[in-house]
Design a protein around this ligand. Structure first.
Ligand SMILES: NC(=O)c1ccc[n+]([C@@H]2O[C@H](COP(=O)([O-])OP(=O)(O)OC[C@H]3O[C@@H](n4cnc5c(N)ncnc54)[C@H](OP(=O)(O)O)[C@@H]3O)[C@@H](O)[C@H]2O)c1
Length: 231
């Protein structure tokens, strides 16, 4: 049986991944900032008592790496999905940006995903699949930037993409693949009600990309529909 780890699993795309993997009889390890408020995760745990384990984790808490390592122990993790993220303050246009809200977003979207990956790399090495995915965003693509603005969120995902590229090179000798994924513009709390696609559509697409990518595709950036996005 495969083991999957998903961060930010209580709502939006994270919850969508949990549901889909559980339906495929995969063992899911997931994180949420508040277990007692994660009503949907609790519901899934009742439905799949042997296949869902939940860890209470704030990505930017000082002890987050220790908490996650203790939660996983020496269990192998075949697929790690770095999903949790924030869009940040509404003030992201030129002349509006201030440094503290920017630093907060960088901590969550950029720094924490690498710190966490570093801390659980042994679990990934122990697995068969050895796949790590980072949920990035097309707005982080420099090539695709035609609109300007969005300094905080864009730069956090652009820098995350650079982390993905370096990791893909550094982890290649261990047989670990590292890939950036764009989920599409999705109707979640972050994407808003006017977004183009549903969580189900996005997850279906990303699950297919996950199934069809491995070390050969490491260091690349894929859209949820399987097409490649230029960095
Ligand atoms: N939706 C889109 O259109 C879209 C497009 C491109 C990329 N993305 C990316 O897709 C990923 C998921 O987005 P989404 O649309 O599902 O967003 P969402 O509905 O806003 O969910 C975000 C998730 O991240 C968690 N999170 C935020 N800060 C955290 C922290 N400090 N520690 C731990 N967990 C934290 C949230 O937990 P709480 O519930 O506790 O806040 C929540 O579970 C993000 O990385 C986002 O940048 C989304």
């Amino acid at each position: 049986m495969k083991n999957v780890l998903i961060t930010g699993a209580n709502r939006g795309l994270g919850l969508g991944f949990v549901k889909k993997f559980l339906e495929q009889n995969v063992k899911v390890f997931c994180t949420t900032r508040n277990i007692s408020k994660s009503i949907d995760l609790i519901k899934y745990q009742k439905k799949y008592p042997n296949n869902l384990e939940i860890c209470e984790l704030d990505l930017i808490a000082e002890n987050s790496n220790k908490v996650l390592c203790k939660f996983l122990g020496d269990k192998p993790i075949d697929i790690f999905i770095n999903n949790a993220g924030v869009i940040g303050s509404s003030k992201q246009h030129f002349k509006e940006v201030s440094s503290n809200p920017w630093i907060e977003v960088l901590k969550i979207n950029l720094i924490a995903p690498l710190m966490i990956t570093q801390s659980i790399i042994k679990n990934i090495e122990l697995s068969i699949d050895k796949k790590v995915y980072f949920i990035s965003s097309k707005v982080g693509s420099i090539d695709d930037n035609r609109g300007g603005g969005m300094y905080i969120y864009r730069s956090s995902k652009t820098a995350l993409n650079q982390v993905v590229k370096s990791l893909s090179i550094d982890l290649k000798p261990l047989g670990i693949s590292v890939i950036s994924l764009h989920p599409g513009w999705v109707r979640t709390d972050m994407g808003g009600p006017n977004a183009l696609i549903s969580v189900d559509e996005s997850i279906k697409g990303m699950m297919s990309v996950i199934l069809n990518t491995d070390i050969k595709n490491s260091g690349h950036f894929f859209n949820y529909d399987g097409s490649e996005i230029p960095w």
